[in-house]
Design a protein around this ligand. Structure first.
Ligand code: ACO
Length: 429
């Protein structure tokens, strides 16, 4: 695992000293191993939000929040965004190495072969109320997949399960969009790549055939690559925690989708566009928005700003920002929302509140503008994030299943309720 014990730390409680080992990761990250803390001292640690807690060791993704570094399996995100495809990056995340040409081609065939969704599932899509959020539909449908495609057990077949999920989630996302518009679904095609197929399933129509544009296909690939994995974030932690009860893969991923839905997490890309639209429509000034975001008595936050780990510019946001200009020039021309976003960023980056709080744009600040330009409806933005994050969730789930130190997730608590007192009969209350 690339770990070695190099040191130990001591803790003194009521005059008694305890020694705990230190774990150092391959990039020099340090942790105090407190697995024996409660047993030896009777104390637990208290860390709401887990900002100081390592829940596992992992060889998938490295990020350095202070320096703005993100690498999948050691490869910088900038290189993957420039040179890789989503399908290749998914392989890298899940298998730990870049595929050979033969492995990549085999993957492509398997993805295409698993792209159809059981016809009996169509009825579910048709019967969700029209106003259902696509994330709720996706989470339910992924859970339902287990009933239609029971898990396969041996090594080769598990890879099929993974590809089945990656392929079908894309098909189901496009299907739910078509159903929501009351339009006929478009079936996946064997002659198209993963991203081309998605765009075609979303937008092709008998009256206006969808014409694939290689820059847009590239933009979608980059969007999905940037969302591929992000170590132990809220939804990935959910996948691992739920998976730790040894639930099936589909149920664990469904939990990840539910966690991602929240506006403080994956739902932020939708929230950013809603915020920018609101500012645009109501003619709110940039200064007013910044003032509101800084007001402690106002729950409003500048959506797309801030991150638990990044205390500098999110490297994914840099790539996404560049892509905005390119995609907009290609498709729809200037977007007033992009102008507002750039102005907000300029003001926030020099405002003492944002500087002191280390608040910089995160990936979601510009991603919605790219998705909007591609034609993706706002309420599907978080679904796009989920399609991108799927290989990350799968690789993290797989790693946790193979972890020799695996334990069911079961945090402790500090109880602050009433102390013991007697039950009072109903007649005496
Ligand atoms: N606007 C204004 N103030 C903010 C913002 C923001 N976007 N984000 C954090 N702050 C302030 C908080 O008010 C707090 O101030 P205080 O210490 O003076 O009370 C301080 O910065 C720290 O904030 P926390 O919420 O404690 O930071 P945490 O690490 O728990 O939260 C989070 C990170 C949830 C991302 C937060 O920055 C946020 O709500 N951002 C907006 C939503 C968003 O863009 N989410 C997407 C994250 S990226 C992703 O999931 C893909």
């Amino acid at each position: 695992m690339g770990q070695k014990m190099t040191d130990s730390v001591t803790l003194t409680i009521d005059g008694k000293t305890y020694t705990f080992p230190v774990i150092i990761g391959t990039e020099g990250e340090k942790a105090i191993d407190i697995t024996r803390l409660r047993q030896e001292t009777g104390f637990i640690t208290f860390d709401p939000g887990f900002g100081n807690t390592g829940s596992c060791s992992s060889s998938i993704t490295f990020m350095n929040g202070e320096k703005g570094v993100l690498r999948y399996r050691g490869i910088p995100i900038e290189q993957l965004a420039e040179k890789s495809t989503f399908v290749e990056t998914a392989y890298l995340l899940i298998n730990g190495h870049l595929p050979s040409l033969e492995e990549l081609n085999r993957n492509r065939v398997m993805l295409n072969d698993s792209s159809l969704v059981h016809e009996d599932m169509h009825i579910f899509f048709q019967n969700f109320p029209k106003a259902s959020h696509p994330m709720g539909i996706l989470s339910s449908m992924v859970n339902a997949l287990r009933s239609f495609y029971p898990e396969l057990k041996d090594e080769d077949n598990i890879t099929k399960d993974f590809l089945n999920l990656i392929s079908k989630v894309r098909t189901m996302a496009a299907m739910s969009y078509r159903f929501s518009k009351g339009e006929k679904i478009v079936y996946p095609r064997h002659d198209l790549t993963y991203c081309e197929n998605f765009l075609n399933m979303m937008f092709d129509s008998p009256v206006r055939p969808y014409v694939l544009d290689e820059d847009i296909v590239r933009a979608l690939n980059v969007f999905l690559i940037l969302h591929g994995d992000h170590e132990q974030n809220c939804s990935t932690a959910a996948v691992r925690v739920v998976g730790s009860g040894r639930v099936n893969l589909y149920a664990a991923i469904s939990a990840g989708i539910a966690a991602l839905w929240g506006p403080l997490h994956g739902g932020a890309n939708q929230a950013v566009i809603e915020m920018l639209t609101d500012i645009h429509k109501n003619g709110v000034s940039i200064d007013e928005v910044i003032k509101k975001a800084k007001d402690k008595n106002d729950p409003f936050r500048l959506m797309g700003f801030g991150h638990r780990v990044y205390k500098t510019y999110d490297p994914r946001a840099k790539i996404m920002k560049k892509m905005c200009d390119k995609v907009l020039s290609k498709i729809s021309g200037p977007d007033p929302l992009l102008d507002i976003a750039k102005q907000l960023e300029e003001v926030a980056l020099t405002d003492p509140y944002f500087v002191d709080h280390n608040l910089y744009p995160n990936v979601d600040f510009y991603s919605g503008i790219v998705l909007r330009a591609i034609g993706i409806p706002t309420n599907m933005f978080t679904v796009m994030f989920a399609i991108g994050r799927l290989p990350g969730w799968i690789s993290q789930w797989k790693e946790s299943m193979e972890d020799p130190n695996w334990k069911i997730s079961r945090p402790r608590q500090i109880y602050t309720g009433l102390s013991e007192h007697d039950y009072v009969e109903l007649k005496d209350r």
